[in-house]
Design a protein around this ligand. Structure first.
Ligand code: GLC
Length: 549
């Protein structure tokens, strides 16, 4: 760890860290097979250090048949040969730490792969056996048990139950190749403690917890109560589309007992921190129903952080952003936690596309990002957003997302297209040689490669580098500084934090800039008739705040 870097040292490093999500299949391919891997990532870590992030979250690289691209784990204690070896993981950790980058790995505790030895043993065992009791096997309804045990639906479409050859049904809230574990069975908790310790011993700095709100189901597995006309469903991104969070009956999600799991894990992490003063963190992926239920995951004896999806779900509107800022800060304050902010990840439509696409979508995306980077707490970036990549319309024959196969909806492949690094044609230096990546990259990406953007001061990459540097320079010491003077006026949002005033114009017309030196802007500013400085629509700026009187 680079101890001389004030941003990196200290127990609370995570409170205001900027973490970059690496979707490992699509970041960098070290061996030329068209799929990203750990050596590919290790070789590109310098790029992330130069970009100015503090930590890297790597999507699952454990042994997996890849039915959901690694979110179906068959062995939590090994690396899938597609991505490398345990030695490659060690090398990655060593190199990242030498560069001052923390490493967060992705833990998938809600379900295993159907190829996991536990599930294979369960299938080979009698109904009622201890092998089956690690999962949620149940008899079906109907005279011959030919109907699923309840009305739950999979997040990826269709019933959440599959009948197995011995006639019972097993629960899978996602794909049928991802059977849900029974977290009321002590074997399960014991195994995951072993998994945590295994990776902590190898040196990881934290865990992103997949489907953190799903582990424990309501006892009895009753039907979900549905209002007239309401479709069974879930609080999670479905097939790349956003679902609105509404209050609904969800016996499969967010049960009170799930918090005991995280209390146990926190004790394990704290034990490691007590040894060397280096805090390791847990971050929840929990699509819960409200900021308050999200806050329950970050009580002082549970996780350190939870993704705040309300920022990502908000439309590009000053009122909506202001409401999310106030709601988030109030919710995390209740439990003394610090907030997080995110605009894109591997499950949702990339934010320039969500904001309308094209030049306007990109201008809005840069503006929302710059605003987010001034807020207290930590920010999560998703690979490729620093290049301004848009969602790709992947041709049906190239789609691989299990949700596409289960629903016929486009799915999430369009946000997972491999990163273009250099060159005028695919594979854009994604890997050595000419192997085409596992999803084709569009021809127009030749102007968006890292190499093409590196020397262009107006590029999105140059903007991200400036914004992250400005965050360190002007807000690096402002960890504890609150948001003040939050205002919405004429479609523009403004607030102050420490020595920085932030202005985001979500309206249609340019707005005059208040006095103060421009520290960083998401795009060019303009001038009014008398030479007044103006902030055009869809743009954000940080100004040096006038000294408090
Ligand atoms: C999470 C992951 C998503 C995965 C799902 C099932 O939502 O982010 O990619 O498909 O869990 O593990």
């Amino acid at each position: 760890m680079a101890e001389n870097d004030p941003h990196q040292s200290g127990a609370d490093w995570w409170r205001d860290a900027v973490t970059y999500e690496v979707y490992v299949r699509s970041f960098a391919d070290g061996n030329g097979d068209g799929v990203g891997d750990l050596p590919g990532l290790t070789a590109r870590l310098g790029y992330l250090r130069d970009l100015g992030v503090d930590a890297v979250w790597i999507t699952p690289f454990f042994t997996s048949p890849q039915a959901d691209h690694g979110y179906d784990v068959a062995d939590y204690l090994d690396v899938d040969p597609l991505f490398g070896t345990l030695a490659d993981a060690d090398e990655l950790l060593e190199r990242a730490h030498a560069l001052g980058l923390r490493v967060i790995v992705d833990l998938v505790p809600n379900h295993t792969s159907s190829q996991h030895p536990w599930f294979q043993e369960a299938l080979a065992s009698e109904p009622g056996s201890p092998q089956r009791a690690r999962y949620l096997f149940r008899d079906g309804r109907g005279p011959d048990g030919e109907l699923p045990p309840n009305n739950w639906h999979s997040v990826f479409g269709g019933p959440a139950w599959t009948r197995e050859p011995r006639g019972q049904w097993y629960l899978h809230l996602f794909d049928s190749a991802q059977p849900d574990l029974d977290w009321r069975n002590p074997d399960v908790g014991d195994h995951f403690e072993e998994v945590l310790r295994f990776w902590l011993d190898r040196g990881v700095d934290g865990f992103r917890i997949d489907v953190a709100h799903g582990l424990v189901k309501e006892e009895g597995l009753r039907d979900q109560l549905l209002a007239a006309g309401e479709q069974p469903g879930s609080a999670a991104p479905v097939a790349g589309a956003m679902v609105e969070r509404t209050m609904r009956d969800e016996p499969m999600w967010d049960q009170p007992e799930v918090h005991d799991v995280y209390r146990r894990w926190r004790r394990v992490l704290d034990e490691y921190a007590a040894r060397d003063g280096r805090e390791r963190i847990l971050i929840a992926e929990a699509w819960t129903q409200s900021p308050e239920s999200m806050a329950r995951f970050v009580r002082p004896d549970e996780m350190h952080q939870a993704f705040n999806f309300s920022w990502l779900l908000a439309p590009f509107s000053a009122e909506a952003f202001a409401e999310v800022i106030t709601g988030t800060l109030t919710a995390v304050d209740l439990v003394g936690a610090s907030p997080t902010w995110v605009l894109s990840n591997h499950d949702v439509i990339r934010h320039p596309t969500r904001y309308g696409g094209g030049e306007r979508g990109l201008a809005r995306a840069r503006a929302a990002t710059l605003t987010m980077l001034a807020l207290p707490g930590s920010a999560y970036l998703y690979q490729g957003e620093e290049l301004g990549l848009e969602q790709v319309d992947v041709a049906p024959e190239h789609r691989q997302d299990p949700s596409w196969f289960r629903t016929g909806l486009p799915g999430r492949d369009g946000s997972r297209v491999p990163v273009p690094w250099a060159g005028a044609a695919a594979p854009y230096d994604f890997g050595p040689g000419q192997a085409q990546p596992w999803i084709p990259q569009p021809a127009h990406w030749r102007t968006l490669t890292v190499a093409a953007q590196s020397d262009d001061p107006d590029s999105t990459l140059a903007f991200y580098r400036r914004a992250l540097a400005a965050r360190r320079t002007h807000l690096g010491a402002a960890s504890g500084e609150p948001v003040t003077d939050l205002t919405v006026d004429a479609g523009a949002l403004s607030f102050r934090r420490g020595q920085v005033t932030v202005l985001l114009n979500c309206g249609e017309e340019p707005v005059p800039l208040p006095p103060g030196e421009v520290l960083v802007a998401s795009g060019p500013l303009s001038r009014g008739p008398q030479g007044t400085r103006l902030l055009p629509a869809d743009r954000a700026v940080w100004l040096a705040a006038p000294a408090a009187r």
